[in-house]
Design a protein around this ligand. Sequence first.
Ligand SMILES: Cc1ncc(COP(=O)(O)O)c(C=O)c1O
Length: 384
Amino acid sequence: MPEADRWGFSSLAIHAGQEPDALTGAVVPPIYQVSTYKQDGVGGLRGGYEYSRSGNPTRTALEECLAAIEGGVRGLGFASGLAAEDCLLRTVTVPGDHVVIPNDAYGGTFRLFAKVYERWGVQWSAANLGDLDAVRAAVRPGQTKVIWVETPSNPLLGISDIAGLAAVARDAGALLVVDNTFATPYLQQPLALGADVVVHSTTKYIGGHSDVVGGALVVADGGLGERLTFHQNALGAVSGPFDAWLTLRGIRTLAVRMDRHCENAAAVAAMLVAHPKVSEVRYPGLPAHPGHDIAVKQMRGFGGMVSFRHADGEAAAIELCGRTELFTLGESLGGVESLIEHPGRMTHMSVAGSELEVPGDLVRLSVVIEDRGDLLADLSRALG
Ligand SMILES: Cc1ncc(COP(=O)(O)O)c(C=O)c1O
């Protein structure tokens, strides 16, 4: 097993939790497609496995790898990103608690707080997480248990100062939870910056091939890891063996894919900045982005997501989304096929009419690994 403090990111991604199989030497962990395990006498468990909701060797491989690449002590694999969020919130909040969420959160995360947890007595308020004073002002002393941040955020690509927020959370006695889906641990390591919990939709870059839905939590504290593990089993929305295996396969190439995503997205952002049909480009790699300096400080690269506003308004933005050839019109991100979408009518429909509503002229791109020239030509042609 590679040691987390001695090996680089890709060595961990390829080897952590993935010792060659003891029986055959297979270099890829087997898919243990099994629900239960023979016991050697009552309670005589082999390797601690008794039932696959509680534990499964393929999921263990994924969970050890996730912990290693995020620099945490415990990783947990779930059936989706929202299942991971739900498990976390049921572990660390009770009715009466309060949570600060970003005013530009992913629509599904907002829906979970506003339409589900609020009914169970967990209160929330939205704040600009890029403004530490605004976060301090949103904190309710003694009641705020979680500060939740996405950086870069979905879909506005806002950047928040993780180390600064960790200090605010510490003063408030709250946990800092970072949704690291857009950055991935290759580009940004929130736990090293003081965060308590990292959340992922592994459906995105970590799985990386648009063929699996999954989620993850990684924590820095062993006690919290134990409580989460208890709830993961008690609630049951675990990653199945084949999904865990696919996700692990994606992780092995995460670094090389992210490098290409970053290069291609930077080129697309530069092209859009110069385009007369584009009124604003949101990409943290652009020096004019308000969070650029913080992004430089806390990220290795700026990622593959680019959002922009169409100069001709909402109808033109919607029409553009149906006019590209190589960029496929669809939700999600982080696979190997570039995607285009209209957040207001698609991924973020659930925030319509709320303080998190996104501009109607906004278009979001997941710029991935096709040939750069083809991607640029496709967008130029579609923009006209
Ligand atoms: C930033 C972010 N967090 C969480 C989620 C939820 O993940 P999942 O769709 O895997 O449940 C998504 C999904 O798009 C997301 O973009």
